[in-house]
Design a protein around this ligand. Structure first.
Ligand code: UD1
Length: 418
């Protein structure tokens, strides 16, 4: 399995073109099966999770072509309504296909997504909502069998603003009979991107980006072209890399309006940030970063759980004490053990982590255990003295397109070894 070898201590300085958002492209690719037409999706990141999603689409009968960052998906000949277990196991987020397959085929069979690296990730909210829309669901032998002859709209109150559940409801409801109203909906920018993609196809959805989303069912949707929004988590990771190394970076093809809580935290740590249309410019402070009293992960527009770990690497070398409270996933501190190997001073108690900043981290052999935690180790390795070897980079590849090439172009001494 591949590893990254990083010689730390150099500054990250340069310009980076930010990739399209993984968490936007996955539901949008699922949504291509609704219309039975030709869909052209621009700004698709080249990621393992996208390749897995393409495998799911092909398995369902779609024709998919990729040319650089453009994906063409033709979904006129859907021949199957089942996602096999081996594909479900590769990528838990393929649960997002459930709503789309039901809408298109009136039935769907997916294997139960297993346990995963960052916590339980239940799908009870997805299933409860789909049942309200008229889907008959039975669970047997590790598979979820769904059928829905008469999908109909309803009022759905989510107990928690789940991103995946909100997306699944939007996908299932946009061709259902009547109107669906989701209250306590997730407000993430990726939801707005999905809304725009569906509306372009002819769907009637409003309220994306607020906590009430209204979906009026339509009879037919049409193939369209769409450009995926920039990845706010990848943007934040590169900003963290520059901040951790006392460097400066210009991000292009990004969107600062999606990153309020992240940019506020970086400013509080002493970074100077200037934003303009599609660009963010960050300059790290001349001296040490300042700690932040408390970072609490919350649904959007709160501080994202996905950036908790890369920012923890920053706080490890900041002047003072920072408390993190992880409210979204219960097992998202697996990077802590690895950061401690690098000399960080971190104490964890349940969902709370307290970090006492140290002056320097020291390079060590560490292991990525999940996507964002792996990115945190890259940030830490860039800032550390000496050499850091990060094993299991396949996790990092799930969400970051050739991270080592982008960082090398900004002066990092990082290389991939197979
Ligand atoms: C999505 C993102 C993930 C991000 C997360 C939170 C994708 C592919 N993934 O994941 O990167 O970290 O949003 O912003 O877009 N929950 C339930 N029951 C359910 C569904 C969720 O209890 O049926 C709980 C989860 O355990 C978790 C919380 O709700 O505590 C948030 O989960 P959710 O927003 O659904 O995250 P995902 O859509 O899985």
């Amino acid at each position: 399995m591949g590893k990254f070898v990083i010689q730390g201590g150099g500054k990250i300085e340069g310009e980076i073109d930010v990739q399209g958002a993984k968490n936007a492209v996955l539901p949008i690719l699922a949504a291509t099966i609704l219309n039975g037409g030709k869909n052209v999706i621009y700004n698709c990141p080249d990621l393992r999770d996208v390749s897995m999603t393409i495998a799911v689409l092909k398995n369902l009968g779609c024709r998919v072509k990729r040319q650089n960052k453009v994906l063409v998906v033709e979904s006129d000949q859907i021949s199957d309504c089942k996602i096999p277990e081996e594909l479900m196991r590769q990528m838990r987020s393929s649960i997002i296909f459930l709503g789309a397959i039901i809408a298109r085929c009136k039935k769907a069979v997916v294997s139960m997504p297993g346990g995963c690296e960052i916590g339980n990730r239940p799908i009870d909210l997805h299933l409860k909502a789909l049942r309200k829309l008229g889907v008959d669901i039975t669970e047997a032998h590790g598979y979820i069998n769904c059928s829905a002859e008469n999908l109909h709209g309803d009022n759905i109150q989510l107990d928690f603003p789940s991103v995946g559940a909100t997306e699944n409801i939007m996908l299932a409801a946009c061709m259902a009979e009547g109107t669906t109203v989701i209250t306590n909906a997730a407000r993430e920018p990726e939801i707005v991107d999905l809304e725009q993609f569906l509306n372009r196809q002819g769907a009637k959805i409003s309220g994306g980006g607020t906590d009430v989303i209204r979906i009026e069912g339509v009879k037919k949707l049409y193939g369209v072209e769409h450009t995926i929004i920039p990845d706010r988590i990848v943007s934040a990771t590169y900003l963290a890399a520059a901040a951790a190394t006392g460097g400066s970076v210009i991000l292009r093809n990004t969107d600062a309006s999606h990153m309020g809580a992240i940019l506020a935290a970086l400013r509080e740590m002493g970074c100077r940030i200037y934003t303009e249309k599609a660009r963010i410019i960050l300059t790290a402070p001349a001296g040490r970063l300042k700690s932040i009293e408390k970072i609490t992960t919350m649904p959007y527009p709160g501080f994202p759980t996905d950036i908790q770990s890369p920012f923890m690497s920053l706080c490890c070398i900041a002047d003072g004490t920072t408390m993190f409270v992880e409210n979204i996933f219960e097992n998202r501190y697996q990077h802590v053990e690895e950061l401690v190997r690098m000399g960080a001073d971190i104490k964890v108690d349940g969902r709370v982590a307290v970090i006492q900043g140290v002056r320097r981290l020291s390079g060590a052999r560490v292991v990525a255990k999940e996507l964002r935690g792996g990115a945190a180790l890259v940030v830490a390795g860039l800032a550390a003295d000496g050499i850091t070897e990060i094993e299991n980079v396949k996790y990092i590849d799930r969400g970051y397109e050739t991270i080592e090439i982008y960082l090398s172009a900004c002066g990092a001494a990082i290389k991939r070894e197979e």
